[in-house]
Design a protein around this ligand. Structure first.
Ligand code: PXG
Length: 287
């Protein structure tokens, strides 16, 4: 495996960052998780745009232009001879001293690109649907650390993932700071009620898979809503599913012990999975 590290390809063993890197010391950085399907990097431009938006708010000046970043991702895939892959782009503040002041980071921001494989949930769950729970840890309040930032500081999500695991579940719903459904630890959430597809409007990452599903639904005249959603609405939905680059689209059939719909992956969920699959072969950067 060859890893892109600040403009060079190095082996897994050589791919190391300084213990003084603020990405390591403080989670001071940004990342993206991207997939390629049959030599097409799905929604690469959208991922790069989101990465640069996070970096902009964090005031991290990336050493690459967006165009160079796209090329670096593609080169990493080519170097590793991967046609179907999971790509992790990591941007760190760079090396500094032991204070958290980013002004004292004399090093250039670091850019690391790893291309590998990922399986998030067991395969059979995609057919029979997943059971999830709501966990006590609420999603970061937007005014403190906006969930729209895909920062290297994922402790909020990791705490929720631990709570899910402690209770024997793979994934968990996190509520926002006002008690509405926000998202899961690494996925966005959708519900279907009376043919309308709804997803939370606040307190969550603006997922690229989520936006793809919304766009596909609009294209096929399925009504969509981005709004506040309560747990009661999830419990009483006809269908529920999660979306994410790693997860893709996964049906949810039980939430907090409540059966969703008839307890089977729903018709609209299955339709979206099918449409999404087709889309992954179309919309991206070919290599
Ligand atoms: N919410 C959160 C909190 C995420 O981290 C999503 C939603 C879905 O967004 P996209 O843009 O991917 O549709 C994410 C993305 C992992 C992993 O290693 C997690 C994500 C992506 C890739 C890998 O668990 N989360």
């Amino acid at each position: 495996m060859k890893i892109y590290l600040n403009g060079k390809f190095v082996s897994k063993k050589e791919a190391a960052v300084s213990v003084f890197d603020h990405g390591f010391l403080y989670g001071d950085g940004a990342f993206e998780g991207i997939r390629s399907y049959k030599s097409l990097v799905f929604k690469l431009k959208e991922h790069v745009n989101r990465l640069y938006e996070t970096a902009h708010t964090l005031m991290i000046n990336l050493p690459l232009t967006k165009k160079q970043m796209i090329k670096a991702v593609v080169d990493t895939l080519k170097t590793n001879n991967l046609r179907d892959a999971y790509i992790r782009v990591i941007v760190t503040r760079g090396e500094g001293d032991l204070g958290l002041d980013p002004k004292k980071c004399f090093g250039r921001p670091g850019v690391i690109i790893i291309a590998d494989k990922i399986t998030l949930y067991p395969k059979e769950l995609y057919n029979k649907g997943m059971e999830i729970i709501t966990v006590p840890t609420v999603r970061n309040c937007p005014e403190a650390l906006n969930p729209r930032l895909k920062s290297l500081n994922y402790l909020n999500n990791i705490l929720a993932k631990i709570e899910a695991g402690n209770s024997g579940y793979n994934e968990a719903i996190m509520l926002d700071h006002q008690g509405y459904v926000a998202e899961c630890t690494g996925d966005n959430i959708f519900i279907v009620k009376d043919g309308i597809l709804s997803t939370p409007s606040q307190g969550r990452l603006k997922g690229i898979t989520r936006d793809t599903v919304l766009a596909l639904a609009a294209k096929t005249k399925i009504k969509t809503e981005e709004r506040l959603i309560t747990r009661h609405e999830v419990y009483t939905a006809d269908e529920c599913f999660l979306t994410g680059t790693a997860a893709e689209i996964i049906p949810v059939v039980k939430v907090d012990g409540r059966v969703i719909g008839n307890g089977q992956p729903g018709a609209l969920t299955k339709k979206m999975i099918k449409m999404f699959k087709t889309e992954t072969t179309k919309d991206g950067v070919k290599y």
